[in-house]
Each structure stands twice: as structure tokens, then as C-alpha cells.
Design a protein around this ligand. Structure first.
Ligand SMILES: [Mg+2]
Length: 158
């Protein structure tokens, strides 16, 4: 019996006219991944949370996000870069050499910044560095912001 290719389910409830979303939608279609716009934590594998529509920064989580399909995300990163976006890796992992080397070795020649927040909520961490994020791509939104954050309500997660 063949093992069925696991299809990931992505969530997005933001403006569908944005170029960033259209890049994502095309990539998901090609890969045959699911896209839902209704919040159901039991169904969703990866969240795409729209934050600052004017920003070009796209934060992509590592564990269970990029690591869930490295080829898909490497390709997506290149497409975002070609369209003028600035994707970067943002992980809750500790900022030690082993973690950085592991991520770098898998992303190979992808020219991308890596932020390791050491367990700190990612949105606050990036804001302190002066980075407003356009889109968060993450399997675990409580790692992005606190439960009371308006980011969640703006993305219809309550
Ligand atoms: Mg994760």
C-alpha cells in the first residue's frame, strides 16, 4: 500500500487581493495543499496571519512550518524575494550555534535572515528590533503574540 502524501492545511482570513496572498495561494494550489478561512484548531496545520499590510517583511516559523515541507518553503521564499518581499526565519528556539547551523544547512544558499527569539513572543521581539511584519506564517500562533492581541481578532481567531 502506498503511503499517502500528507497534505497540509493552511489558514488565512486576510485581504485576498494582496500580492503576498496571491503568491501563497498559487504555491498552495500547485502543491495541492488546503486553504481554509475558518478557524478550526483541529484542522489547521499552519496559520498565515496578516499584520502590517504595508510592510514587506514576512516571518516564517521553523519547526513544523518550514520543517514540515522544506522544498515547498524554499521555493516560496524565493518567490517572495522575487516579488520584493523580505522573508526571514523566526523561531522560538534558543540562539545557539547548533540551531543556526541546522537551519542554515537546510536552507543552503537561500539568502535569508534568521531570528531566534529564545521562547519570547515573536511579534514583540521583532517590534523591539524595529521590524513590522507583513505576514506571519506559523503553526503555533501563541508563539507569535499573546492571546489578547488584536492581531488575532483582526485575523478572526478568537
Ligand atoms: Mg512551529
Amino acid at each position: 500500500m502506498e503511503i499517502e502524501d500528507e497534505k497540509l492545511t493552511f489558514y488565512y482570513n486576510g485581504n485576498q487581493d494582496l500580492e503576498s496572498f496571491q503568491i501563497l495561494q498559487t504555491a498552495l494550489d500547485i502543491r495541492g495543499y488546503y486553504l481554509v478561512e475558518f478557524y478550526n484548531e483541529f484542522l489547521i496545520d499552519i496559520y498565515m496571519l496578516l499584520d502590517d499590510p504595508e510592510s514587506k517583511h514576512i516571518a516564517i516559523d521553523w519547526d513544523n512550518t518550514i520543517s514540515a515541507d522544506q522544498d515547498f518553503f524554499k521555493n516560496l521564499i524565493k518567490q517572495f524575494q522575487s516579488a520584493g518581499y523580505k522573508p526571514f526565519v523566526c523561531t522560538l528556539r534558543a540562539p545557539d550555534r547548533e540551531n543556526i547551523e541546522e537551519i542554515r544547512s537546510i536552507l543552503e544558499k537561500t539568502n535569508i535572515a534568521i531570528y531566534l527569539t529564545d521562547g519570547n513572543p515573536k511579534r514583540e521581539y521583532m517590534k523591539e528590533l524595529g521590524v513590522n511584519v507583513h505576514l506571519w506564517i506559523d503553526d503555533f500562533y501563541p508563539g507569535v503574540c499573546r492571546e489578547t492581541s488584536s492581531l488575532l481578532t483582526r485575523n478572526s481567531i478568537e
